[in-house]
Write a protein that binds this ligand. Structure first.
Ligand code: FMN
Length: 358
């Protein structure tokens, strides 16, 4: 109810401006003494059955914030106040980047969808590290990406350097090779690059683990627009290198239509589509990855999760954890707690998704 009023004011603004305001509010609230802790106490669903252990990290509930919402990690404590079980920040790049020219983010409310061609605007990893890092309330993933001007044959250096720089602040590191808005980035998912890239990251992870006595898992984030054989190549590279998991999926360059959403109305808005129209494709990718990877490789499912049935669908397809972005824009800040409560209710009814995998 309260969000309905705020939403209509926010939706009258340019989408990126509204996002900036919301993030600032979360940053300010998160920096106030006691406030984020109080909110967390109110929003945290107390149900041990929701806890997930994956890649060496314990999550209080499966619902996380997807990358791109808080690119520079400015509002992590405020975001945990909404009841998330984890928060993924980034994408961070080595140097600061302005991203693409505006406008670069559009809403499609009739489809509960967003289209973006942001291009990794962020202050760069050194600015992130220079800011204080108050202890977060839960696991924080740090998503890293290749700079726009790094050629593909030097991309592995970007990921290795970024991994080394951020690992001490991260519960896990997400390797973003699937955003559609950095030229050529998605080529890193192909056989020509993926095996070497996974190997290089695994070696860096193991070297740091030995040096620092703390192993920080690395997960590969994949695009929804890959054919089955390309997905298989990624799974094989991840398993072959001993990386720790997958995040599926990033935004889509395709334009699936769903009831009420006509992509033709958004011609000229280039970039990645997220939200409800992505839901079915992302779930299909998760199911495929799960069938190829077997039961042991953790998968974070993301794409069009905005109610309990879309959450359950991805868990049943094989996801261990979930993330939301677009759903937060359309359903509002109560979404993470509502999803956790909803999943708890599903377990009360005796429907355990872990035993009901598709
Ligand atoms: C405006 C916007 C910016 C995003 N930026 C990033 C990013 O920097 N890195 C990344 O890995 N994914 C990014 N994403 C993708 C999301 O993390 C997520 O994979 C995608 O939106 C699908 O989830 P959703 O349907 O819940 O939005 C972005 C998405 C949106 C809408």
């Amino acid at each position: 109810m309260i969000y309905a009023a705020a939403r209509s004011a926010l939706f009258r603004m340019d989408a990126e401006r509204a996002h900036g305001l919301t993030l600032r509010a979360l940053r300010v609230a998160g920096a106030l003494p006691l406030v984020p802790g109080l909110f967390r106490a109110l929003t945290q669903v107390q149900d041990d059955r929701l806890a997930v252990e994956a890649f060496g990290v314990r999550f209080a509930n499966p619902i996380g914030l997807a990358a791109g919402y808080d690119k520079d990690g400015l509002a992590v404590r405020g975001l945990f106040g909404l009841g998330f079980g984890h928060v993924e920040i980034g994408t961070l790049t080595r140097g600061p980047q302005p991203g693409n020219t505006r406008p670069r983010l559009w809403r499609a409310p009739e489809g509960r969808a967003l289209i973006n061609r942001m291009g990794f605007p962020n202050g760069g990893v050194e600015a992130f590290l220079a800011r204080p890092w108050p202890r977060p309330y839960g696991p924080v993933g740090i998503n890293i990406g290749k700079s726009k001007d790094t050629p593909l044959n030097r991309a592995a250096d970007d990921y290795i350097t970024l991994y080394e720089r951020v690992a001490h602040r991260a519960s896990y590191v997400a390797i973003n090779i699937s955003s559609p808005n950095t030229p050529d980035l998605r080529a890193l998912q192909t056989r020509a690059y993926i095996t070497d890239l996974c190997g290089a990251i695994a070696r860096t992870r193991d070297h740091l683990a030995q040096r620092d006595g703390r192993r920080v898992s690395a997960l590969i984030k994949v695009a929804p627009d890959l054919e089955a054989a390309a997905l298989d190549d990624i799974v094989d590279a991840v398993l072959g290198a001993g990386l720790d998991g997958l995040i599926a999926t990033n935004t889509t360059t395709s334009r699936p239509s769903i009831a009420g959403f006509d992509p033709a109305k958004h011609i000229g808005r280039e970039g990645g589509l997220s939200g409800a129209p992505l839901r079915a494709r992302a779930t299909a990718v998760i199911a495929h990855l799960r069938s190829r990877a077997g039961v042991n490789l953790p998968i974070i499912g993301v794409g069009g999760v905005d109610d309990v049935s879309s959450a359950i669908e991805k868990l049943r397809a094989g996801a261990n954890l979930l993330q939301v972005y677009s759903g937060l824009v359309y359903r509002g800040p109560s979404l993470p707690a509502a999803l956790a409560r909803g999943l708890s209710g599903v377990l009360d009814r005796g429907e355990d998704w872990r035993k009901m995998r598709l």
